[in-house]
Design a protein around this ligand. Structure first.
Ligand SMILES: Cc1cc2nc3c(=O)[nH]c(=O)nc-3n(C[C@H](O)[C@H](O)[C@H](O)COP(=O)(O)OP(=O)(O)OC[C@H]3O[C@@H](n4cnc5c(N)ncnc54)[C@H](O)[C@@H]3O)c2cc1C
Length: 446
């Protein structure tokens, strides 16, 4: 195939929009021989992952097949995992030995969980980044309710139903809100042997307030909302060490939790961090105003763009663009436009983006948001949240499916069927956990 080789690594929020921009332009399709590569064959809509984790939105409704998009946009797609980027030789090596050369590279591989070097965090906590993480959490919660119902003592029930979420940013509070809603409103009434006192959800956040990126009054709203729902909050305290089912805090206290979730931060994957480039202290690649990677001498690499969660793009006020889907979409659209302009022989324009605000969903019918500087909370905010994410879904089919999920959820409760195998959601030790001591009968708090 003729054309300059354009390799887009990652078909998430950023990479997808580069590919779509190329596909829309006849000149760009002729000029670039475009290959999009992702380790998955689907795009996943992360902002709805907490809703998937509790069954409020169906799993398949938030994913979109990349091959279908690439067929519509007349570009090539490969499902493959990049292992190493060789900038000097202009090629990318994949896990199965395949090498792809490029003339121009777009790095859009997103981020991985950042454990900040906390000992034990990677081994003993569960991440919440992928559709599999959300599915597993949902199934695990139901499985633990089944186990608790049959447990021999209240101490055992309380142990099984203790959830600790480390990180009180947007993801942490969204997961906590959805989890407590599903547990209290849908699950507890169905298990006659269980009471609210058996359940505990704790959120630990190192900052003074939850969701530090939001307005202080919204952090306060979220705090009151979660506490009112019975969630225990530990603010301004850091996790220093994690052991199996135990979290150690900087002030010397420890917390027991049968399920430990880590939602405390993200960093670019090693594939990106290992490159000979300039980096921000959080591991993101520093980029110039055109979103091109800066080498160690802060010189822009003409043909290497970095976008989305991997890019540290200065925004003029001394800070960097936030790692959000709207930023990644804007960067993807911008680089797509730049590549179309190159195909037409036109000069590139610098990236200029101001985020439109934020939305934090707190479960059924409650959200807080700031849109174009206007703050809002409660049911109207939830309606705007649902509408905003519907508009952002990829493709009419997904918009209809998610819209119907929201509508169904207004009238019906979460689906609690647990269809994953037990061994997929429990560890080997948990699978063999005796629920009743020998000779013990079911005991309940009086
Ligand atoms: C649970 C959760 C909730 C979130 N909620 C919100 C929210 O409410 N609002 C908001 O604005 N943002 C939210 N975000 C953040 C938002 O999803 C990210 O900022 C956004 O996805 C970044 O886009 P990206 O294109 O950089 O990366 P991604 O969208 O993550 O895409 C990266 C792609 O690269 C692929 N990839 C990774 N490594 C490789 C490799 N080695 N080889 C090939 N392919 C690879 C991945 O499979 C993926 O498809 C949330 C994130 C999570 C995890």
């Amino acid at each position: 195939m003729a054309g300059k080789r354009l390799l887009i690594l990652g078909g998430g929020f950023g990479g997808l929009d580069v590919a779509r921009a190329i596909g829309r332009s006849r000149e760009a399709r002729g000029y670039w021989d475009t290959l999009l590569v992702d380790k998955e064959n689907f795009f996943q809509f992360n902002p709805l992952l907490p809703a998937v984790a509790v069954g409020a939105v169906e799993t398949r409704h938030i994913v979109y097949p990349l091959r279908e998009m690439s067929r519509h946009r007349h570009i090539r797609f490969h499902k493959n995992k990049a292992e190493r980027i060789d900038l000097a030789r202009r090629c990318v090596q994949f896990h199965n030995g395949i090498e792809e050369d490029f003339d121009t590279l777009v790095i859009a591989v997103g981020s991985t969980t950042n454990h900040f070097g906390v000992p034990g965090a990677a081994e003993y906590t569960r991440p919440f980044k992928t559709i599999q993480d959300a599915m597993t959490l949902r199934a695990r919660v139901v499985e633990l309710f089944e186990m608790a119902e049959q447990a021999g003592s209240d101490a055992q029930r309380r142990r099984l139903l203790s959830f600790v979420i480390i990180g009180g940013g947007v993801t942490g509070v969204e997961v906590a809100a959805e989890l407590i809603e599903m547990a209290r409103e849908t699950l507890l009434p169905k298990y006659p042997g269980l009471q609210p006192s058996h359940l505990s959800v704790t959120v630990i956040e190192g900052n003074q307030r939850l969701v530090p990126s939001a307005r202080p009054e919204h952090s306060e709203y979220v705090r009151r909302f979660l506490e009112h729902r019975g969630i225990r909050l530990e603010l301004a305290v850091r996790v220093t060490r994690v052991e199996e089912k135990r979290v150690h805090l900087g002030d010397g206290r420890t917390f027991e939790g049968f399920t430990l979730l880590w939602t405390a931060g993200v960093t670019p994957p090693p594939l990106v961090r290992d490159l000979p480039l300039s980096f921000h202290k959080d591991g993101r690649v520093l980029v110039d105003p055109y979103l091109r990677a800066l080498d160690p001498d802060a010189r822009a690499l003409e043909d290497v763009y970095v976008i989305g969660d991997c890019a540290a793009s200065p925004r003029g006020d001394g800070r960097f663009q936030p790692q959000l889907s709207q930023t990644a979409i804007a960067m993807g659209g911008h680089v797509g436009d730049a590549l179309v302009r190159r195909a037409k022989g036109q000069p590139e324009r610098p990236f200029d983006f101001h985020d439109k605000g934020y939305i934090i969903s707190l479960g059924k019918h409650s959200s807080v948001l700031e849109l174009f500087g206007v703050p809002l909370s409660g049911k109207v905010a939830w309606l705007l949240w649902a509408a905003a994410y519907l508009v952002k879904m990829v493709g009419v089919r997904k918009q209809i499916e998610v819209g119907l999920d929201h509508l169904t959820h207004v009238f019906f409760e979460h689906d609690t069927s647990q269809i994953l195998a037990r061994r997929a959601v429990l560890t080997a030790d948990e699978l063999d956990l005796p629920l009743v001591e020998p000779g013990e009968k079911h005991m309940h708090d009086s």
